[in-house]
Design a protein around this ligand. Structure first.
Ligand code: F6P
Length: 324
């Protein structure tokens, strides 16, 4: 291969720029030209391509976001959209593609690969819901951001003897809530994978108050039904006199920005280089770069996109014991 492209698609995460830099500079080191695709899959369909030089990726290791831009593309979900994307790549003489994305993006990449486009996937998502890898680019930074924010909320919670419902992202997956509950010493974690009723939460708040805690921190995954707002309303309507005063904090997109941690920079760099090397030698075509026990591996996209990643039984057990 003499000309490859790199695209970031789906929700952004800290560490994308480190991955773009690694892809660009490693490809250039092998004498391969690199094309940056702008605006994710939308830009792939529209042919928004520019050549990347080593200087174009200078000074971006520590920057959040993605210098290439991204999109959630409805059009790429259609066969027609993918056909147009393939045509654009062929017209531009692009022989291989590195796709940096989460599960929706990688599912799209698998379809594009089946159309005959040689490509390698790199997993990124703060949700840590990508099957076939222990973790993905962005998870560690998001967790650190959550830990910092929850620590601040805990300070004010203790001063006022309040309960706080802190909602974290994760879509339908409870990983971020589970992990942040453990690392922040939360009193309770609410995740879609484990049913709990608003009355269970009320009991936990009362219990925390009875054993003398000055705060009660409840981490709520955004995918937990019936949701943070409904839970707060239930507590304020039915249990207001029994325990703490309740407040709600939705961390939102704060979790998706910021400078990537050392872990994410290293992971993004290792995965980016491995993607290029395995694209050039052919071993990674139709695969996603995964991380297993600290080692990189190549997982067929067919497998990586075939199922939901289960939550760690060990972490569930730890949270069960310690988050109270
Ligand atoms: O998948 C990453 C994620 O941040 C989820 O945690 C969240 O549900 C979703 O993306 C938010 O998407 P958007 O940025 O399109 O609002």
């Amino acid at each position: 291969m003499k000309r490859i492209a790199v695209v970031t698609s789906g929700g952004d995460v800290p560490g994308l720029n480190a991955a773009i830099r690694a892809v660009t500079r490693s490809a250039l080191a092998y004498g391969v030209q690199v094309i940056g695709v702008h605006r994710g899959y939308e830009g792939l369909i529209a042919g928004e391509f520019t050549e990347m030089t080593s200087r174009d990726v200078g000074g971006i290791l520590r920057k959040g976001g993605t210098i290439l831009g991204t999109s959630r593309s409805e059009r790429f979900m259609t066969a027609e959209g993918r056909r147009m994307a393939k045509e654009r790549l062929e017209q531009a003489g692009i022989e291989g593609l590195v796709v940096i994305g989460g599960n929706g993006t990688l599912a799209g990449a698998y379809q594009l690969y089946k159309l005959g486009v040689p490509l390698v996937g790199v997993p990124k998502t703060i949700d840590n819901d990508q099957y076939g890898t222990d973790t993905a680019i962005g998870v560690d930074t998001a967790l650190n951001t959550i830990a910092e924010a929850v620590g601040r909320v805990k300070d004010t919670a203790s001063s006022h003897r309040r309960a706080f419902l802190i909602e974290v992202m994760g879509r339908r997956c409870g990983y971020l809530a589970l992990a942040s509950g453990i690392i922040c010493g939360a009193e309770m974690v609410l995740i879609p994978e484990r049913p709990a009723s608003p009355d269970d939460v009320a009991r936990r708040i009362i219990e925390a108050s009875h054993i003398g805690k000055a705060h009660c921190i409840i981490i709520v995954a955004e995918g937990w039904p019936p949701g943070t707002r409904a839970l707060k309303e239930h507590l304020l309507t039915n249990h207001v006199d029994e325990g703490f005063d309740v407040r709600e904090v939705v961390l939102g997109h704060v979790q998706r920005g910021g400078t990537p941690t050392a872990f994410d920079r290293l992971l993004a760099t290792r995965m980016g280089v491995r993607a290029v090397e395995s694209l050039l030698d052919g071993s990674g075509i139709g695969h996603m770069v995964g991380l297993h026990g600290g080692q990189l591996s190549l997982v067929p996209l067919e497998v990586a996109t075939s199922q939901q990643k289960p939550l760690s039984a060990e972490m569930l057990r730890i949270a069960e014991m310690l988050c109270r």
